[in-house]
Design a protein around this ligand. Structure first.
Ligand code: SAM
Length: 345
């Protein structure tokens, strides 16, 4: 921990960092990358593993102890285990996690575990290969399922499954997905459909709220118990238990945003630091790092921007009178940093 805990203008610490290692993805989920063409970050701007490790070291000095590698699809980055080995050797990092679509996971689960990765979350929105194909434009559903099994076999203590619930697409599969997770000892987290950059087809009517999710699960299982959270918790998922004790989570960022406990920053693959998933602009750390700035100078810049942070993006979106897609495609093309797959989900 830093000598003086760093907090923003609303008293929120900086303790968690999502690191996007690539903006590329090997599937095209309709809620994230529905377009045919994308503007990618220039290759020369992508941080090397050494550059990411250095920046994570500076963030750790300021109090970051939790790192989640994401993207894009992080497993598209070759030899990701090398980055994991670097980060897991950093003394301040006590939680090192990965979010993946799982397609490439069965090949690398073991090396990632050996390199020091603590936790894996796999995104899985449907158990039906035909739905998966129509939703992601990919026929690799069986590889995702194999990836989840491989993560369990590699000895990850907690494999989680992330499911974005969308009305008329997969809201009839919540019970099946819970049963799938239960059979594998994997906790399922249902995510409300969010109007993030990239979700150009977002529509309020397609959002299944936490309340509706709980009602549907209670109709099937009986009374559901909310599990107590520690008061200081900043985890986005609220956790619940079925009558038989099976636990699951709901991330209600759309209808019940939790900005006041948000301790997360986001670093894109090209070294842009975002204070909020919805922030209009980020702070360029790549040029600073590449221009020869010392770690102290980077830390000082980060301290300044975090202290001034007042972002409450999800709450502001929830309060918007007429809520539609956050960005149209032309504005995403004009600045790909607005994309969820660039910012890191
Ligand atoms: N490719 C990796 C994966 O699929 O998990 C990591 C990146 S992906 C952007 C991270 C998470 O963001 C996934 O669980 C995905 O379902 C979620 N996500 C993307 N767009 C979303 C949206 N519009 N609403 C809610 N969650 C979304």
């Amino acid at each position: 921990m830093p000598a003086m805990p760093l907090t923003d203008s609303l008293g929120r610490p900086l303790s968690s960092l999502r690191v996007s290692v690539t903006d590329r993805c090997n599937i095209r989920c309709r809620y994230c990358m529905p377009e045919d063409e994308y503007v990618w970050l220039p290759r020369g701007s992508i941080l090397t593993f050494e550059e990411i490790d250095r920046l994570v070291g500076v963030f750790a000095l300021l109090g970051v102890s939790k790192i989640r590698l994401t993207g894009g699809e992080p497993l598209l980055r070759q030899q990701l285990d090398h980055l994991i080995a670097l980060l897991s050797a950093r003394p301040g990092i006590r939680d090192l996690a990965l979010t993946t679509n799982g397609i490439l996971l069965s090949r690398v689960a073991e090396p990632l575990k050996r390199a020091g990765l603590h936790r894996v979350t796999v995104s899985l929105d449907t158990l039906r290969p035909d739905r998966f194909r129509s939703f992601t434009r990919s026929g690799r559903h069986a590889e995702v399922l194999a990836g989840i099994d491989a993560a369990g076999a590699a000895g990850f203590p907690s494999v989680k499954v992330n499911t974005v619930v969308i009305r008329g697409f997969n809201d009839d599969e919540m019970v099946d997905l819970l049963e799938f997770g239960r059979a594998r000892g994997a906790e399922v987290r249902f995510i409300e459909y969010m109007d993030v950059g990239g979700a150009t087809q977002w529509n309020a009517a397609d959002v299944v709220s936490r309340r509706e999710m709980l009602a549907a699960l209670e109709r099937h299982y009986g009374p559901i118990r909310a599990l107590p959270e520690s008061q200081m918790s900043s985890a986005p998922a609220e956790r619940f238990a079925l009558p038989d004790g099976t636990t699951f989570g709901i991330i209600a960022s759309t209808t019940e945003p939790f900005c006041r406990s948000c301790d997360r920053g986001r670093l894109t693959a090209d070294g842009t630091f975002f204070l909020c998933l919805y922030a209009a602009r980020g702070v360029d750390l790549r040029d600073l790092a590449r221009s020869g700035a010392a770690d102290d100078a980077i830390a000082a810049r980060l301290q300044d921007v975090w202290r001034a942070r007042a972002d409450r993006g999800a709450e502001e979106r929830a309060a918007a009178p007429e809520r539609g897609a956050l960005y149209q495609i032309a504005s995403l093309r004009a600045d790909p940093h607005r994309e969820m797959h660039t910012r890191g989900g």
